[in-house]
Design a protein around this ligand. Structure first.
Ligand SMILES: Cc1ncc(COP(=O)(O)O)c(C=O)c1O
Length: 378
């Protein structure tokens, strides 16, 4: 379908084409020095000691769980209002998920008090997700985690280039995981990054990313190694030079594009004030955030399906973030009914509107007019 205003769009230009062409001409495609540069530039950007590139954030989350020793018999606290990959990573380790509610329909991130109430003797870790790149309540979460000696994994898939008081989201907990999927603020098609401070965790993750092998094909190509040992059970979770080259170009644009997203977000907030439209996160003190998506909450008298059809008929693409994970068949079969009233309420009213840095003022005005028309019926 040809949208008049799509939900998301890439900011790709000649720089990305040139970067990919350069890799193709070099004839070195698997992980090598461009990936190393992407890792070090990304680490610098968010303020992490280690950054390890992988093929997607799902792998990043899986490696994070494995590096923390999560396994059978363990329970991991996870927000249900997230993408299913956040909790699937726990299942890959044969551990159990404990879903926890969000703070409020105006603040769609995990509730620190609910985390505290959910901890038991089997709890092994806490996974949080910075929805749309807005920070979870980090002070409270880290205080609970510290009290119970639990590591925090940050699902920072939405949060590339988000900072809270100067510190990169993804660097507050033990391990941070980012996504570079093609609708993300930094897009390479499929890609991800793990960041951490601890050398031992970084070492484990590097090994597990590539079959548990002690040297890479690149090291052998460089003449730095002639053979390898396999010291842990690993995976092929490597990225490649083409996507790392795209990542480096996209990284250069990230801060400028996140600022553009902020302007568009603030225009939406201003335009919807005074209408019966819930606008999550607008009450927070704004910082350098990534503004990855733009969620609204519809009033109860507006039927969401009809609203989304109305948008579609006007050529405006919308989405839902998210159907809560605890409502999916695969999770209901395992865990039965889960009582998360705030998550269920917010998720039943949420609609995501178009937001991307190349969005024109005309496109945004068109979305705003149509949203107000469909909500008010005028
Ligand atoms: C919150 C969240 N976590 C994890 C993921 C998984 O990322 P990837 O597609 O890179 O595996 C996504 C992707 O959409 C996401 O939005």
């Amino acid at each position: 379908m040809e949208w008049r205003v799509p939900l998301a769009d890439l900011d790709y230009s000649n720089e990305e084409i040139q970067a990919v062409t350069d890799v193709l001409r070099s004839k070195w495609l698997t992980m090598g020095e461009i990936t190393q540069k992407f890792e070090s530039e990304f680490a610098k950007m968010c303020g992490a000691k280690h950054a390890i590139a992988v093929s997607n954030a799902t792998q990043a989350l899986h490696l994070a769980c494995l590096a923390l020793g999560i396994g059978p018999g363990d329970e991991v606290i996870v927000p249900s209002l997230s993408f299913v990959a956040t909790s699937n990573a726990v299942l890959y380790c044969s551990a159990k998920v404990k879903f926890v509610d969000i703070i409020d329909p105006k603040e769609l991130t995990i509730d620190p008090n609910a985390i505290a109430r959910s901890i038991n003797k089997n709890t092994k870790a806490i996974i949080i997700m910075h929805y749309a790149g807005f920070p979870c309540r980090m002070d409270d979460i880290l205080a609970v985690a510290e009290e119970h000696h639990l590591p925090v994994i940050e699902d920072a898939a939405h949060a590339a280039g988000s900072f809270l008081d100067g510190k990169g989201l993804g660097t507050f907990g033990e391990i941070g995981c980012y996504s570079f999927f093609s609708n993300k603020n930094l897009s390479v098609g499929e890609g991800g990054m793990v960041v951490c401070e601890r050398d031992d965790i970084a070492e484990k993750i590097r090994l597990m990313r590539s079959h548990g092998m002690t040297s890479l094909t690149y090291d052998r190509h460089q003449g730095h190694a002639f053979s390898y040992d396999v010291v842990v059970t690993g995976y092929n979770y490597r990225i490649d030079e083409i996507r790392s080259a795209l990542g480096l170009e996209q990284l250069k644009k990230l801060s400028k594009n996140n600022q553009k997203r902020r302007e568009i977000t603030e225009n939406y907030w201003a335009a919807f004030r005074g209408y019966p439209i819930g606008i999550p996160f607008s009450h927070l003190k704004q910082d350098i955030f990534s503004y990855h998506i733009f969620p609204i909450l519809l009033p109860s008298e507006v039927n969401r399906q009809e609203f989304m059809i109305g948008c579609r008929d006007a050529g405006i693409q919308t989405s839902i973030h998210y159907r809560p994970i605890h409502t999916f068949t695969n999770y209901q079969t395992e865990y039965g009914q889960t009582w998360l009233p705030i998550t269920d309420y917010a998720a039943s009213r949420e609609v995501t509107l178009p937001l991307f840095p190349t969005m024109t003022p005309d496109q945004q005005a068109y979305v705003i007019d149509n949203v107000i028309r469909l909500v008010t019926g005028k």
